[in-house]
Design a protein around this ligand. Sequence first.
Ligand code: SF4
Length: 130
Amino acid sequence: LSYMFIAHDLSIVRHISDRVGVMYLGKMVEIGTDEQIYDHATHPYTQALLSAVPVPDPTGRENRERIILSGDIPSPANPPSGCRFRTRCWKAEERCSTEVPLLAVPELLKGPAAHDSACHFAEVVAPVAA
Ligand code: SF4
């Protein structure tokens, strides 16, 4: 039995999914196993979503760094050039406005962290305390 579960709450998705895809403005930006996405997220949008997942343990809440995105979501009918996330991304550089990042495994990622990410500057950040 296979099924597709679509949700905005990544904490729920983790409980029922083996494979997770993260979409932004109608495009897939990161795909991997549940472990790769939750423990080795590389795309800034995924990292921002994970930082917003509610943490039941007050100690864990204090230790995590929340990423607050600025700006509004652009219109899907008129998306930004290059990377669609660039107008809200804190890592955006000139290249992001001219070159669409491919959904592929970044060369720097090896081992269990290696999975598809559509970011020119994909890198693993410390997982969110759970
Ligand atoms: S390609 Fe650039 S704008 Fe897009 S997510 Fe990566 S760093 Fe941010």
